[in-house]
Design a protein around this ligand. Sequence first.
Ligand code: FE2
Ligand code: FE2
Length: 338
Amino acid sequence: MAGRLIQLPPPRGPLSEQLFEALEGDPDARVAPPGSVDAVDPIADEDLQLALYVAYELHYTAIAGVDERWEWAPSLLGFRAALERPFEEAIAELVAPAEAAEMESVGAALQAIVATDPGPPLSRYLETQGTREQMLEHVVHRSAYQLKEADPHSWAIPRLGPRPKAALLEVQADEYGGGNSERMHSVLFAKTMAALGLDPTYGAYLDRLPGVTLATVNLISGFGLHRRRRGALVGHLAGFEMTSSIPNRRYGNALRRLGFDREATHFYDEHVEADAVHENIAAWDLAGGLAADEPAVAADILFGARALLQVEARWATHLMEAWDHDETSLRTPVAVPA
Ligand SMILES: [Fe+2]
Ligand SMILES: [Fe+2]
C-alpha cells in the first residue's frame, strides 16, 4: 500500500456536480459558492454528503486529475463551509445539550452516555444471523473510515495540553501498530477486506457508499479539521473507543460463523483487547484531562460522543432497514466471491 490515490466518483446532484467540475480545473479559477443548500435531511443527503466527503478527502489523499493546491484554495473552503453549515445544524438538532451536573466529571458522564444508549442491534444481528452478503456490505461501509482509521483523530494532537496529548498518543500508538506497520489497524482492515475477496484499495467503494455512511466519516473529519471542535473530536474518539469492544467481538464471531479464518477476523479480535484498554484512557485521561485543562470545551466533549452515537444509529438503522426488505444497503451491490 503506497500513497493514497482516489478517483472522483460520479456526482449525485448539483452540489457534487459543481464541485467535481471545478476540481478538474485550475484552483486559481475558483469555485463559486453554491446558491443554496436546501437538503431536507442533510445527514442522509447523497449530494451534500458526497460533495463534503470529497472536499475533506483533499486533506487525506491525492485525487486523480485534481491539482493538490485545491486543498487550501479559498474558494474551496468557502464552498465547503456552505456544506458544513446545514450538516452541523442537523447534528445539533439530534444532540441533547450537556447538563451542568455532567460537567463535574466528564469521564463519568461519558460512561453514563454510552451505558444508556444501546444503539440499534446491528452487531448482534450480524453475529447471530447475518448473511455473507450482509457482512461484506458492512465491511464495505466501514472501509470509508477504517482504511484511514485514527487519521481524523490525529488532527487533535497539536491542539491538546500535555496530559490529554499523552493519553491521545497512547491510544494512537496502538492504532498505528506500535511501530509495526503490519499491526496498524488500517492495515489489518485492508487484510480483512482482502481475505473476504473485497478490494482493499483506499476509496475503491466510494461510489457505492450512501450519504448516511459518508456522514459518519464527515462527522469526524469536520470535528478534526476545525480546531474549535477539539472537544467534540476528543468526545467522538472517547465514544468510539467505549463502544467498540463488544460489537467487534460480535463481528469477529460473525465472520467465524460464516467460515472465515484469522486473516479475516484479526482486525476485530485486535479491537476486543485493545479497546477495552483504550476506553479508559480515552474517557478519563484524554477527555477528562482536556476538560480539566479547558472547562470551556467540556460540553463539546459530550456533544462529540452523543453526535457519534446519533449518526452511527442513523447509519445502522439504514443497514437494518435495507436488509429487512431484502435489499442491498449499498447504492449498488458488491459481487460476493464464492
Ligand atoms: Fe483501532
Ligand atoms: Fe482503539
